[in-house]
Every structure is written in C-alpha cells, then in structure tokens.
Design a protein around this ligand. Structure first.
Ligand SMILES: Nc1ncnc2c1ncn2[C@@H]1O[C@H](COP(=O)(O)OP(=O)(O)OP(=O)(O)O)[C@@H](O)[C@H]1O
Ligand SMILES: [Mg+2]
Length: 322
C-alpha cells in the first residue's frame, strides 16, 4: 500500500516561497479530502515551518493567535500543497465525546431497525493518511478534551472502549490544533466560550506556533492577493488606508478605547465589500462599525477620518427619522 505513504519529495523553497533548503514528503495523488490549493496564499515562514515539521516529523502542532490571522488556513494550505488529506473539526460547545468517538445509532438493515455502532471522526481519521485539525481547541468541552488527550499520547494508541478495540494510528496520521487563547483562557474578554486549557494537555503538544497580526506591508499584500480587483495604484492606496484603520483599532483595543479589534479577515471582507458597494465608508460601516458598540462609533469615525482624510458619515439614527 505504497500510495498510502507520502513518497513524493517536495522542495519547501519552490512550493512555499520560503528561504529554506528543506525537502518534505507529500503524496503524488490528490484525493478526495485534500483541500483545494489557494494560489494566492502567502505563507508566514515561522508558522509554515512549524506546520511542515508536523507533517514531516509527526509532531503535534498547536497554532495560537488572535482571530482571523490565518491559523486554520495555514494548515489547510500546507496540506493542499503536500496533497495530504486534511479534515477540520470545530470543537465548538456542541461537539461531544460521542461525536468524536462514535455512538450507537438505529439504522435500517433489510427493512428492519437495528442498533449499530457508528464510528466518529477520530477512529476514521486514525485509520488513514489524514491530518486532523482541531479548530477552536480552547473552546472544547472537558469530555472532548479528554478524548483528545489520549490521541496526544506518544504511542498514540486509541482505545474504543465501547467496542473493545485498540486502534493504532496510520503512519501518516497527523494531529494539529488552532486556538485563540492558550493557558489563561478569556483574559481580555475577546473570546467568550473559551476554557482555560489543562496544563497537562498543553504539555503534550510538541510545538506551539504563534500567528498574530502581521506587519502592515504583509497584511496589505495578503488583502491584495485576496481581492485582485484592487491590484492597481489606487487600489493599493485604498488597501493601505484600510490596513492603517485596522492598525488603529488594534492600538485602540490595547489602550482600552475600543472593545473590538479588526482582524485581517475583516479587512479582506471590507475590501471586497468596497467593490460591491462602491464606497469604502459605507463598506466600513457594514463590515466593521456595525459589529461595534454604538458608543464606540465616534472613535471609529475618528480612525476613519485619520486614515482616509474624509468623514465617515454616520447613518441617521432611527429615532431622528421618526
Ligand atoms: N497568509 C494569508 N494569505 C492569504 N490569505 C490569508 C492569509 N492569512 C489569512 N488569510 C485569509 O484570511 C481569512 C481568515 O483566515 P483563517 O480562517 O485561517 O483565520 P483563523 O486564524 O483560523 O481565524 P479564527 O481564529 O477566527 O479561526 C481567510 O479567508 C484566509 O484565506
Ligand atoms: Mg480558524
């Protein structure tokens, strides 16, 4: 079963544009669960090398950082270029231990109802060359976290108690996670629903990579890559002003003037919406300002004015029109 093991040599410099002599193994064939390649994706060298170490050396990698900075998409895009099947599971508050491990379910067999054990995502992923990405790792419920703890063990053997079965992971099984917070949980109030991570669990991750906001030039390049319609001089200036506003919201958040920060994801959405609505000010209100508390709108208007050199007209309040 050679096709089950990564045998294709892939140069990191040629494939990821990173200055490194590394060569990693990937798969020759793209299969059903390999993510689509995003040609315009820009790889952050540190995070990419950490994720590549995860694939090449079977390290458990946790990528931590503020929202919308590209944690999930980095792992997915590395997998896409290695032709490595990759499945993302969101550990939101509703996912339970049974969803991961499997549960008895009533199925129809030859017209009769019978109870059968249906495997969850973990046993399925363990059996194949699959990179399992646990998204929002810090939001997982305690019962879910203890299932994962077993996966993180060095020998990684996984017992399906309900079935008296011990599963050995496939040699090309890989485990990744992304989280907005590590350790202290929701310290700054940004991430409701996150839990403090158990230190014994955190200890079991081999590498913790951090992906926070990037230098402005890098962020501008990412937005332009995502919204090619803005790739002329005027568009570039517009995106630079947007990134400057985003920078002010982040500084304002740190200073306590604002309770919401603009993520790179929102900057991309704002740039896209500007094309749809034909007006960056209207797009700013629809993409970001309306997510913020009304009491903070004057601060946002000031940020906008500083970067765009024009007023952010406030919509007329409903009470005034009545
Ligand atoms: N380096 C990059 N190059 C191109 N696009 C990027 C890059 N980083 C992020 N993006 C884009 O930004 C958006 C947000 O990325 P992603 O969903 O990976 O963020 P995240 O860090 O996982 O966010 P969250 O914490 O909310 O889960 C995506 O649309 C992604 O394609
Ligand atoms: Mg994510």
């Amino acid at each position: 079963m050679d096709t089950d093991l990564p045998g294709e040599r892939i140069s990191v410099r040629d494939t990821f544009g990173i200055d490194s002599p590394l060569v990693v193994n990937g798969f020759r064939e793209r299969t059903e669960h390999v993510p689509d390649v995003d040609e315009s994706y820009r790889f952050n060298p540190d995070v990419t090398l950490a994720v590549l170490a995860g694939f090449a050396h079977n390290r458990r990698i946790l990528v931590q950082g503020l929202h919308g900075t590209g944690k999930s998409s980095h792992i997915e895009q590395v997998a896409a270029r290695l032709n490595w099947p990759c499945v993302r599971v969101n550990l939101d508050g509703h996912l339970s231990r049974l969803d991961l491990v499997g549960k008895d379910a009533v199925v129809l067999r030859e017209g009769k109802q019978v109870t059968e054990f249906c495997e969850g995502i973990v046993p399925w992923a363990l059996r194949g060359p699959v990179a399992l990405v646990l998204d929002e790792y810090d939001a997982g419920r305690p019962d879910v976290m203890f299932v994962i703890q077993r996966l993180l063990e060095r020998d990684g053997r996984f017992t399906l108690l309900d079935r008296n079965l011990v599963l050995r992971p496939h040699p090309a099984f890989r485990l990744f996670a992304t989280a907005n917070t590590v350790g202290l949980g929701n310290l700054n109030g940004l991430y409701h629903g996150t839990q403090r991570l158990n230190q014994a669990q955190l200890d079991r991750w081999d590498v913790v990579a951090s992906l926070n906001y990037l230098p402005p030039e890098e962020e501008i390049a990412i937005v332009l890559a995502r919204v090619p319609a803005l790739a002329d001089d005027a568009g570039r200036a517009l995106v630079a002003a947007m990134v400057a506003v985003a920078g002010l919201t982040r500084a304002g958040f740190r200073a306590g003037d604002l309770s919401t920060v603009m993520s790179p994801r929102t900057v991309i959405t704002w740039a896209e919406n500007s094309g749809i609505f034909g007006d960056p000010a209207l797009a700013f209100r629809l993409s970001f300002a309306n997510k913020c508390d009304e009491a903070e709108h004057p601060v946002l208007a000031e940020y906008f004015q500083r970067c765009f050199d024009r007023e952010l007209e406030q919509p007329v309040p409903l009470a005034a029109t009545a």
